[in-house]
Design a protein around this ligand. Sequence first.
Ligand SMILES: C[S@@+](CC[C@H](N)C(=O)[O-])C[C@H]1O[C@@H](n2cnc3c(N)ncnc32)[C@H](O)[C@@H]1O
Length: 318
Amino acid sequence: MPSPDADQVVPCFHHTSVLLEGAVDTLIHDLDGVYLDGTFGRGGHSRVILSRLSPEGRLLAMDRDPQAIAAAEDVDDPRFHITQREFSQLAEYAQEQGVHGKLSGILLDVGVSSPQLDDPERGFSFMRNGPLDMRMDPTQGESAAAFLARASEADIAYVFKTYGEERYAKRLARAVVTRRAEAPFTHTVDLAEVLKLAHPAWEKGRHPATKAFQGLRIYLNGELDQLDAALDAALEALAPGGHLVIISFHSLEDRRVKRFIRRHVRGDTDLPRGVPIRDDQLNRRLEALGKGMRPSEEEVDANPRARSAVMRAARKRV
Ligand SMILES: C[S@@+](CC[C@H](N)C(=O)[O-])C[C@H]1O[C@@H](n2cnc3c(N)ncnc32)[C@H](O)[C@@H]1O
């Protein structure tokens, strides 16, 4: 494979994959199968999947971040194909590849990668100064700077509260709107400083802007809607018996994953009471594969970013 073009040079920021072996062990049940990794990142999971599959196996991968796609250039394997797309589009991708309804497994390791967080140029970091962007695909949608320049105080507070679970959302939104009347926000550390000064309850070991930044990132990237759409699409794209494995990093995501699996494990529960129904009429589409799995203490010690991770998995019923 050729090396990335000059305009696609991937800055050298490392991503340590979370729950790597556990996720791949749970995902792969047929070495000849076709699998989909919806969140390639830097390919940690993808590379282990490829190392396990037989020569007949295939791996399709997706990521919305152009830098992740550029990083995939060094995967030189005819069994591998990647597309730059949102994972909510996974059904369309599977259709194009002729494997819709035939996938042996789908992996989603949701959220942001370490290179996205650590590269100041991506605008996610409140510690290292960079342009206030926060888009996983910087060619799509609205940057954090553009949103903070045009949104109402109430909308900013809503984003901090709903997606950041920030208790002092209103107070922080007020500080943002007051400050932007003097000068627009263009850089991450500037915003972080304003949020820090406005925050009345600093917690030890956590920057006071953490939750507000999380809220902005989740909102700007439509992360929860993406997850909901991907879960629905995955259910259709899997083959009967196919495995769905999702790793999430905060309770807003994990709650959705848990509810989705529970709903499809139970099937249609709103049928009238007392009406005799056969099990196959309940439309149960999933079986849970174990309970939520969390990283070991050793993994968290080695990679503190793994600490909030939860992996949930299910099998599509035959
Ligand atoms: C936690 S990282 C994945 C890391 C990867 N499993 C590895 O081991 O290198 C999450 C990745 O998912 C991508 N991503 C997040 N939301 C996405 C979406 N809706 N569609 C496509 N990619 C998405 C991000 O750009 C990021 O590269």
